[in-house]
Design a protein around this ligand. Sequence first.
Ligand SMILES: [Zn+2]
Length: 435
Amino acid sequence: MREVQPMIINNVRIFDGKRMLGRGSVEFADGVITRVMADPTPRASASSSASASASASTSTDVIDGAGLTLLPGLIDAHTHVFGVESNLELALAFGVTTELDMFMGPPDATRALCTAAGERADLADLRSAGLLASAPGGHPGVAMPDLPTVAGPEQADAFVAARQAEGAHFIKIMLDDGAHHGMSLPALDRATVTALAEAARRRGLLSVAHVAALWSARLALDSGVDILTHLPLEAVLDDAFVSRTAEEKRVVIPTLVMLEMSTPETSRPAHMGRSLADDPQIVGHLPEHARIAIAEGHEGLCIEQTSPGQHFAHALSSVLSLHRAGVPVLAGTDANYRPDRACPVVHGAGLHAELALLVAAGLTPGEALTAATSAPAAHFGLADRGVIAPGRRADLVLVQGDPTKDIRRTRSIEAIWRGGVRFDREAYGKRATAS
Ligand SMILES: [Zn+2]
């Protein structure tokens, strides 16, 4: 980690990733949080050697946090970076300090980008599934002839071993019959998905399944997959499904912002994705092409084919049922915008829409913030981040106002630090909007 000046933020509201601690001060040095003092009780002793050496050094930068709230750096638990470095810069410009990528290739380039993202302070950090598991002739391999597929349970372990050797941080499993793309394609069967989930577990990797329909959500649950991502749009998950998901300690990443763009109509007059385009706090930091994509985005844009009876409101209700049953719900956007693609779910900015949608579903703003900080860190094994506490990475976002009362305050970003290094947001905004 680069040597940087110790920093202390005083008189600031502290949301530690789980709850609002109240007003206090946070100190960090050399990329790590060294002290958290919440009034009136100190939450950590000042006896650590790191904080002692920080106070002994020549100078400490001091920020007055009056009127501001400090959050852990945000984590987007479902993105697609497509090997494009600028997506990670855009993410960081909106306070997303870590992205979990759910499908990227080729493996050498993915590994190189993960390494670069781990070392550079001007990019969001990155974890990736690398190549995903799908059926021969299925989605998305039917359009990607070089993508390795899994023909049956006997091939599962070799598939997982190959991804692990390539540096994959978790295993992504595609459960999709092509219906959303107007096709009828073969999909992985239960025996194969079970073997993939077991192979991943044996090798110490999490399994994440793409489930955008009732049949695939059930298949994932029956097969022992750890994490389900997306949600069915054709119906609300029933009570039996929800309680089983809770009892078996599964985790769900709904990707509401993507689901909203995937339904032909919504229950609200203006969808959240587009509302970003009307928000000066968002557009002031977006590259022009991304701003235009969001402004021109419309419902149903992100899939080729919708079926009758698909309603975004179903997914919102499922999120609330899962959350009430105690299922961890993680904030993930499925950000996959790139200039040649219509679907305008944008890195970084999209997470602020996802947070608002989680609140629209019924989470409190504080619970939505947990879904984008400590919860993804805990469930993806990122033990060094996601929480404001001594010893954790100084991945921090300073915002105006109190986002635990109004979730839209996450957009009022004052400062972002990644590993203790401040991101020059103003310079980025100028560069991005000039392009
Ligand atoms: Zn995805």
